[in-house]
Ligand binder design. Sequence first.
Ligand code: TYD
Length: 151
Amino acid sequence: MAENTAELPARRVGRIKPCRLIRLEQHIDPRGSLSVIESGVTVDFPVRRVYYMHGQTQSSPPRGLHAHRTLEQLVIAVHGAFSITLDDGFQHATYRLDEPGAGLCIGPMVWRVLKDFDPDTVALVLASQHYEESDYYRDYDTFLHDARSLT
Ligand code: TYD
């Protein structure tokens, strides 16, 4: 069975590009499930980098605590579950990612905090750019100032 990529209802955050939860194309048969992500189809950015986070415990400090100037991402709980809070300087929304068939698209200028990881979670991230520290806001007040200055 093929399930087409579709946007799931959620509160929107992100003034440059609204973040959105999408259902991934999935092929489910007696052998199990296969999920598909394609540049230009699932996400409208080129996938230039893939990384994943794992080994978190329930007492681990939060991850993220940054925003990107231009980078876009698709974030997926390929195993387990975790929460992401998004903040565009005006609005917040928290998503619980808990299934491999859904992904959260996060646009530029959105502060994110990842926490409340279930044991053995693997958080997969597909990113539109190579790693570039100058694309990061790591200081919340600087981010807030710039995010609120966007016209
Ligand atoms: P960091 O950005 O702190 O992770 P997060 O904010 O998602 O919790 O990244 C942890 C370390 O890994 C940091 O030293 C930067 C490095 N890193 C890379 O070298 N390449 C990458 O693609 C990423 C995402 C991080």
